[in-house]
Ligand binder design. Structure first.
Ligand code: SF4
Length: 371
């Protein structure tokens, strides 16, 4: 059975905001230049009113009155502005495992923030109706970063994540949310495609506890052909996160015929072990036909298991199979003695035996944040 994040949300919608309350918070569709927008943090003037955005690897050159590739950053009279500041498309309450983030206080409630659009164009995107829409094509809410943090606390969540669409493109809002959230004792996360530039990533990491990164393939051609993006900046972002010491988990969505080459998965595994360490949790997740990829079948479970075996044979200690409900590799096992430490079925945590960050049987230290 395949259940991705979107279908999971449809089935078990945990958002505690009532739709009555939500309707009062909906904004009209923002138009260029008249949104509750905010000056961007990372850009420079090139000449005249031509600007260069320095937020992600694209480094768009943006003439006056135009937007960058991500559709949400606009040159307004020589100043770059974010059109989605304070305009989330949704706030959703999920189990933290849905990020996926398996090594961070298992089973707790997390509030996820997202906006319209993205800086990638993945043909297989599970959240394409959100990520491939410009802000004026989709209804949004009105929430300041402070209000998002207050809502998170009110709903009894222990963390805030920025996910579903690419959070880089709403950097200013995410930055203000995580800074405020840290002052209120919340855990902070982002789930990114890794295309962010190094300087903003370093700034953001000061206020993040954990990051989930999509490593979509180890083949640059996949990034170019399927996502209109590049592999190299993603690898640099992964190294930057590792240098920071913050908790990191990696997701590799395996799509039949496109990125299921086991030699590439071996190369990816070796790179992770060498540059990020064998203790980095990695999730091999199942593709389900979506968006422009409805002609492809769901990933065979055997392919995911083959990837898992390769990663383990290269020395990786925490390897998961995702989007396959009830698979034994939904759970966490001690790499030293083999004890089942955290029992899960899909994104639901059933039992957690980790004690003080260690295996209760052999005292092996388990990487992550446990309290
Ligand atoms: S964040 Fe948007 S505007 Fe800035 S470089 Fe990336 S795609 Fe271009």
């Amino acid at each position: 059975m395949t259940l991705n994040r979107r279908s999971f949300l449809k089935r078990s919608f945990l958002c505690c905001l009532s739709m009555g309350a939500m309707s009062e918070l909906f904004s009209s569709s923002p138009q260029a230049g008249e949104t509750g927008d905010r000056k961007a943090m990372f850009f420079k003037k090139v000449e005249g009113n031509l600007l260069q955005c320095e937020l992600c690897f694209r480094r768009c050159l943006i003439p006056e009155g135009q937007r960058g590739f991500c559709r949400v950053r606009e040159n307004q009279k020589g100043e770059l502005r974010s059109l989605v500041y304070g305009r989330p498309v949704g706030l959703q309450i999920d189990p933290i495992e849905l990020e996926p983030m398996y090594h961070m206080v298992p089973g707790h409630k997390n509030l996820c923030v997202y906006t319209a659009s993205c800086n990638f164009r993945c043909k297989h995107c599970h959240n394409w109706s959100i990520s491939q829409s410009a802000p004026e094509q989709i209804r949004s809410l009105k929430f300041t970063p402070k209000e998002i943090v207050e809502e998170t606390l009110k709903q009894g969540c222990q963390s805030i994540s920025h996910s579903i669409n690419e959070p880089t493109i709403f950097f200013e809002m995410m930055y203000d949310v995580v800074r405020t959230a840290k002052g209120r004792g919340l855990l902070t996360l982002c789930h990114t495609n890794g295309g962010i530039a190094r300087t903003p990533m370093i700034e953001l990491l000061k206020f993040l506890d954990g990051v989930t990164v999509d490593l979509k393939s180890f083949n640059p051609k996949f990034y170019q052909d399927i996502s209109e993006a590049k592999l190299e900046p993603v690898l640099e972002t992964l190294k930057t996160i590792r240098e920071s010491g913050k908790h990191l988990e990696i997701v590799n969505l395996i799509i039949p015929t496109l990125n299921d080459d086991l030699d590439d998965i071996r190369k990816m595994s070796r790179w992770i072990v060498k540059h990020l360490g064998r203790e980095t949790p990695v999730h091999f997740t199942r593709f389900s036909p979506q968006y422009k990829m409805t002609h492809l079948p769901p990933t065979p479970v055997k392919t995911l298991e083959g990837a898992m075996e390769i990663a383990k044979s290269e020395g990786m200690k925490y390897v998961y199979v995702g989007n396959v409900v009830g698979h034994p590799a939904n759970s966490t096992y001690c790499p030293k003695c083999g004890k089942k430490l955290i029992e899960r079925t899909h994104f639901i945590m059933l039992k957690n035996h980790v004690k003080n960050g260690c295996c209760p049987s052999c005292n092996e230290k388990i990487p992550g944040i446990w309290s």
